[in-house]
Design a protein around this ligand. Structure first.
Ligand code: KG4
Ligand code: ZN
Length: 338
């Protein structure tokens, strides 16, 4: 007889969050512990890879212990261990993977490496228990900008992606240029509410006709050029206007391409994922367009949008049920196709 409840210990350490979670049947959470290093990296204006690895090493065992404690569980209750195998910072990933391997060996539990983007998408299985593939997913984070056709829990086709900077990276870089701090996304989100999105026209980079790819690297330079020319002319910079105009320019492109991807597919579901998915302006714009086109939009709460281990548990569960397994040769991959 099949076991009714499959309990997953999930570990995530691909960037600057050390995280562990206990997930039941890929859909419900018994715990979701996230130890953020943002305060440390803030001092440098961005994530310093070497510091990230060291912080993961310091925190990871405590984070796993807390996840088990909060779920009132011990390793005996765990069915398998799911861990992010990439993409991400290789030194950071290795800490999570080495920890998962050690627990797997010590407690004789199956081990499963999960793709970080599959994780971000799967966060929606936790927040929307009725959601099932197929659907189109927009994955937008500090490292990724992908439009993905999700045909099954383990089957993905990338329809479009960034050719240079990720959208979150553009937010972070522009925030730095504006002197707002790190991470820039939430700060721009907030300050843009006070600005006029039509105050400055930044170019909408659409690329070739029908292409679902993106290019966000030019906008940082455009913002920088605007600021320099205003300063030279002796005018004051209206930061909220610059933030709102930058945001409008990138979101116009993002929303336009995403909605056309869903319309071109045979689905009526759009699933958002990644840190930038919690952006309030994006949600407003997408919901309006989706309503006009009879598209249902799914989006996790902010805590499941940014990096967390719960999403790695959700993705791992479906891979586990389909028979995927890894052994102790599991390695970290800085770049890993979906
Ligand atoms: O998914 P995530 O935690 O990490 C990666 O896998 O990259 O995403 C972090 C990114 C950062 O670039 C951050 O600035 C951005 O998500 N972000 C936002 C918002 N909240 C986080 N960007 C725009 N608006 C937000 N509200
Ligand atoms: Zn991420």
């Amino acid at each position: 007889m099949e076991k009714e409840k499959i309990i997953t210990l999930a570990i995530e350490s691909s960037c600057d969050e050390t995280a562990a979670a206990i997930v039941v049947n890929g859909r419900s959470l018994l715990s979701n512990i996230i130890s953020s290093q943002i305060e440390t990296h803030k001092l440098y204006g961005g994530v310093v890879p070497e510091i990230a690895s060291r912080q993961h090493l310091i925190n990871i065992n405590d984070v796993v212990t807390m996840a088990l404690e909060e779920a009132s569980m011990s390793f005996d209750d765990i069915d398998f261990i799911s861990v992010t195998k990439g993409p991400g910072l290789v030194g950071a990933l290795l800490i999570g993977i080495a920890t998962a391997k050690a627990y797997s060996l010590a407690f004789n539990k199956p081990l499963l490496g999960v793709h970080h983007i599959q994780g971000h998408i799967s966060a929606n299985y936790i927040s929307s228990p009725e959601l099932k593939p197929p659907f189109i997913s927009l994955v937008i984070s500090g490292g990724h900008t992908n439009i993905v056709d999700v045909t099954d829990y383990d089957k993905y086709e990338v329809l479009g992606q960034t050719r240079d900077d990720a959208i979150g990276e553009a937010y972070d870089k522009v925030a730095r240029v504006l002197g707002l701090g790190y991470p820039g996304g939430p700060l721009i989100d907030k300050i843009a509410k006070e600005g006029n999105p039509e105050a400055i026209h930044f170019k909408r980079v659409m690329l070739e006709k029908d292409s679902l790819d993106f290019s966000f690297s030019g906008i940082k330079t455009a913002v920088l050029n605007y600021i320099n020319s205003e300063k030279q002319a002796g005018r004051d910079i209206q930061i909220p206007d610059v933030a709102a105009s930058f945001q409008q320019a990138v979101l116009d492109v993002l929303v336009n391409k995403t909605i056309s991807a869903v319309k071109d597919s045979k689905y009526d579901k759009l699933v958002l994922a990644g840190g930038v998915a919690s952006n309030s302006k994006l949600r407003d714009m997408l919901e309006k367009e989706a309503n006009n086109n009879n598209i249902q939009v799914f989006c996790p709460p902010p805590i499941l949008c940014t990096d967390n281990a719960a999403m790695i548990g959700a993705a791992g569960y479906y891979n586990y049920m389909k028979g995927y397994r890894d052994d102790l040769s599991l390695d970290a991959h800085a770049h890993l196709p979906l």
